[in-house]
Design a protein around this ligand. Structure first.
Ligand SMILES: Cc1ncc(C[n+]2csc(CCOP(=O)(O)OP(=O)(O)O)c2C)c(N)n1
Length: 672
């Protein structure tokens, strides 16, 4: 690559792009770890984007109508951090760049949402960013249709590398975006033909432009180091009614001895080579030094957005007071005041009528009353709408012709759905929920983990939550999934026992600010166990006494979801024999863990035998069985010990011994 020719062709541009390159080299060298090559290769694209197109105001990183910049190739984090520093984000002073990858710094190894205002999403697990961006773009489309272009009209720009495009999730995202004609989504592919193991062709010969075209995208191929070509391509992309992919032919680690090699992907720390690269750039500066002229020009770019921001606020202030308040409410992620009264009314009606319904149906009944009062909900399912019961009458379908619709047919794309839900929530003004069979949380897991890590309050509607789904058999019957989800930090896993608990779980999910929720719901009908109406949200305590022992308390049955009614039957059997038995419903372990010790002690006092009943594996239950004042020799577990089987549900519960009789027998064997 002729660096001298690049320098002379566009000297001003070169100087600004150089600032990104040298800051990256210096930060990675100081940290002695990181990834230099990607920022060095994509610095030209980033410079043109930020200088000529991106609508942003570093002084107002949360301005709702800003363009979103998503660094899907998160290992190139120094690209983002350099841009934030150079354009004047308050959370990104030079000290943060110097502290790259150190304890307590905002400049984590990979960009992390919440560390510095201006980081739109957490990236690093390749493919997540591009899949998030589909959610960002969907949220923008819906809000533009709802609020009008004066209030919502922005683009989502993504930088993705070969790795992002190799990940399977990218296909889910690309296909969905193409079908939905997300015209405000623009992806730059860092086409440098390098990954960690070598050149891309040792593992992949996909024709990426053809792949995107096949999914309905507008595609351009350019020299990613030519500022005029980059500028023209972005303009063309903005004007096309399809999502756009711009294949940017770049050189990884441009201008460094490691250029165009897989060595250039990682940390370039050799001092002599670093010096030589800076000299080639015409910027032989000291560590972290940037030419004064470059700093000035970057600062001007950063300052430019203030006008657009102010003009937007003028337009926003011209809205009616009600509209302004509503917009602010949804962007603050606050539920409407009516929500809790609405949930209470539903609970009362259910407790009185005591219907026998599947909790997936209970969830639908809840959504039927919630969705009309929360226009910010965006629901969907990965091709299991009729099974997940996620669609309600009022929502309308999101489609290229019906942009106000709030229901998304994600297709058979669980991972893409979960990542899009993260994107919608991060975009702001949207509460995303999506459904699939609980067994396929495995397929969505990569993005679900990021919901938890980022603190995104997405809601996962996971139906068919046990062997209770019956004939579809062990491929579809989750057994270890509750344990896996409960092991995930910052994730509320709800397994409600009936419609009342389901409504309560939804209320918590929809008022959550920083924690995602999983609703584990049944396919099979369950009796109403909460037949006595209480205004209080009992699920909020995580676990509570559903039925207390009559007479001397000798046993406590702990159960969740569909097994709560089994525990209640077992209680009847035991009480009939004079064995005082308490039933504790435990719809959400995480919330119970948060309760005061005194409350937990009241629910789970020491002394009685404890038996847990859950149609999943035991993993995790020991905390409640012989932690919390329990005793190993006085505790037992009724549940699954391996995979399920294909048969009608009643037969499976019989065969796997998850019955009232088996539970009662277990209790009696433990009472000596
Ligand atoms: C899901 C996932 N798998 C693996 C990795 C580890 N990893 C980080 S970067 C990378 C190679 C990416 O290649 P490319 O996107 O071409 O980036 P470039 O070499 O151009 O910087 C890999 C395998 C990761 N971050 N995420």
């Amino acid at each position: 690559m002729d660096i001298a020719a690049l320098r002379t062709a566009h000297p001003d541009h070169w100087m600004k792009a150089t600032a990104i390159r040298t800051l990256t080299l210096d930060a990675v060298a100081a940290a002695n770890s990181g990834h230099s090559g990607m920022p060095m290769g994509m610095a030209d694209v980033a410079t043109v984007l930020f200088e000529k197109h991106l609508k942003f105001d570093p002084k107002a990183p949360e301005w709702p109508d800003r363009d979103r910049f998503i660094l899907s190739a998160g290992h190139g984090s120094m690209l983002l951090y350099s841009l934030m520093y150079l354009t004047g984000y308050e959370d990104m002073p030079l000290e943060q760049i110097k502290d790259f990858r150190q304890w307590g710094a905002r400049t984590a190894g990979h960009p992390e949402f919440g560390h510095a205002r201006g980081i739109e999403t957490t990236t690093g697990p390749l493919g997540q960013g591009i899949a998030n961006s589909v959610g960002f773009a969907i949220a923008e489309e819906i809000q533009r249709a709802t609020w009008g272009k004066k209030i919502v009209d922005h683009y989502t720009y993504v930088m993705a590398g070969d790795g992002c495009l190799m990940e399977g999730i990218s296909q889910e995202a690309i296909a969905l975006a193409g079908m939905q004609k997300l015209s405000h989504l623009i992806v730059f592919w860092d086409n440098n033909n390098i990954t960690i193991d070598g050149t891309v062709d040792i593992a992949d010969i996909t024709n990426q432009p053809m792949r995107f075209e096949a999914s309905g995208w507008h595609v351009q191929s350019i020299d990613g180091h030519d500022p005029s070509a980059i500028d023209a391509a972005i303009t063309a992309a903005k004007n096309d009614p399809r999502p756009s992919m711009i294949a940017c032919k770049t050189h990884i680690a441009l201008g460094h001895a490691a250029q165009d090699t897989s060595k250039g992907h990682g940390a370039l720390t050799n001092a002599d080579q670093l010096k030589a690269a800076k000299e080639a750039y015409g910027a032989p500066m000291g560590d972290f030094e940037v030419a004064a002229d470059a700093l000035k020009q970057w600062a001007e770019i950063g300052a430019r957005g203030a006008t657009a921001n102010k003009e937007w606020h003028d337009r926003f202030n011209a809205l009616s007071a009600n509209k302004q308040a509503e917009f602010k409410r949804i962007y603050a992620g606050q539920a409407p005041k009516r929500l809790s009264a609405t949930i209470r009314a539903l609970k009362k009606q259910i407790s009185e009528g005591a219907p026998s319904v599947a909790t997936r149906k209970s969830s639908e009944m809840t959504l039927e009353v919630i969705n009309p009062i929360m226009q910010e909900t965006i629901g969907g399912s990965a091709d299991l709408t009729g099974s997940n019961n996620t669609l309600t009458k009022d929502m309308g379908t999101f489609h290229p012709d019906t942009r106000k619709g709030r229901y998304i047919y994600y297709g058979v794309r669980e991972h893409g759905m979960a990542a899009a839900m993260n994107g919608m929530a991060l975009h702001g003004g949207a509460r995303a929920y999506g459904g699939t069979f609980m067994c396929f949380t495995d397929y969505a897991r990569g993005a679900m983990r990021l919901s938890a890590l980022m603190g995104v309050p997405a809601t996962y509607v996971m139906t068919h939550d046990s062997i209770g789904l019956g004939e579809d058999g062990p491929t579809h019957q989750p057994v270890e999934h509750l344990a896996m989800l409960r092991a995930t930090p910052n994730m509320n896993v709800f397994r409600p026992a009936d419609t009342v608990e389901t409504a309560e779980a939804w209320e918590i999910a929809l008022t959550s600010q920083k924690t995602p929720s999983v609703l584990a719901l049944t396919r099979q009908n369950l009796p109403t166990v909460r037949t006595e109406h209480k205004n209080k949200n009992m699920v909020a305590q995580g676990a509570y006494v559903l039925a207390d022992a009559e007479g001397k308390r000798q046993a406590i049955l702990l159960a969740t979801g569909s097994e709560v009614s089994i525990a209640m039957e077992a209680r009847d059997l035991l009480q009939a024999e004079g064995i005082g038995t308490r039933v504790v419903s435990m719809p959400c372990w995480e919330l119970f863990e948060e309760q005061e010790e005194s409350y937990r002690k009241r629910v789970l006092p020491g002394g009685p035998v404890r038996v847990a009943v859950e149609a999943g594996i035991r993993f995790g239950w020991d905390r409640w069985l012989f932690g919390e004042r329990g005793k190993r020799e006085k505790s037992g577990f009724v549940g699954m010990h391996g995979f399920g089987a294909s048969a009608p549900a009643e037969r499976l519960f019989e065969e796997f011994g998850i019955t009232a009789a088996a539970t009662a027998a277990k209790v009696k064997s433990l009472i000596k």
